[in-house]
Design a protein around this ligand. Structure first.
Ligand code: SB7
Ligand code: NI
Length: 192
């Protein structure tokens, strides 16, 4: 089982590397990692399990965060209606690629956090509001998805990890709360 002990923190060189593409079929080890990453997110969002295993709640995780420099991310975004049994997005994405995106940008009103960053970094993180992402599932089938708002932000945060980019690299250092022209701000209710 993955826990916070497996998550590397800022300063670790793996977080600044460009991760390697995976090839199919995945090895058993790679398939296990995919399942473990998604399970970590689910556990982290379960209040009892999160407390028991001291997990920070997370909606996404990228393989480089557990020191595996491969292009694999997991996302588990619950539905905005907590009564809804189906999550809005719950997937492992292999070799994900943003193939197009809106001109319109968005950002979270509360800024972003990261499991690999043990401090609060205030500031708006501009993201594409809508993206089209192509990726492979664990079985090697090619998949395409259109995402917008919070799920799109999470996928962009995770793909950044595959390219050695941290969320705070995208905050304006001179004016962290400056907003690019025309950007919209997503309310905290859309975050976990
Ligand atoms: C806020 C939080 C996340 C993504 C986008 C906005 C995920 C935080 C967990 N991770 O560090 C995943 O890389
Ligand atoms: Ni992160």
């Amino acid at each position: 089982m993955l826990t916070m002990k497996d998550v590397i923190r800022e300063g670790h060189p793996t977080l600044r590397k460009v991760a390697e593409e995976l090839t199919f079929p995945l090895t058993d080890e790679e398939k296990d990692l995919a399942a473990e990453m998604l399970q970590f997110l689910k556990n982290s969002q379960d209040p009892e399990l999160a407390e028991k295993y001291e997990l920070r709640p997370g909606v996404g995780i990228a393989a480089p965060q557990v020191d595996i420099s491969k292009r694999m991310i997991a996302v588990h975004v619950p539905s905005e209606d907590p009564e809804d049994p189906l999550p809005e997005l719950s997937e492992v994405l292999i070799n994900p690629k943003i193939v197009s995106h809106s001109v319109q940008q968005t950002c979270l009103s509360e800024g972003e956090g990261c499991l690999s960053v043990d401090r609060e970094v205030p500031g708006y993180v501009p993201r594409h509001k809508r993206i089209r992402v192509e990726y492979f599932d664990v079985d090697g089938n090619k998949q395409k998805k259109r995402l917008k708002n919070f799920p799109a932000i999470v996928v962009q945060h995770e793909i950044d990890h595959l390219n050695g980019v941290m969320f705070y690299d995208r905050i304006d250092p001179d004016n962290p709360l400056a907003l690019p022209e025309g950007i919209d701000i997503l309310g905290a209710e859309e975050e976990l």
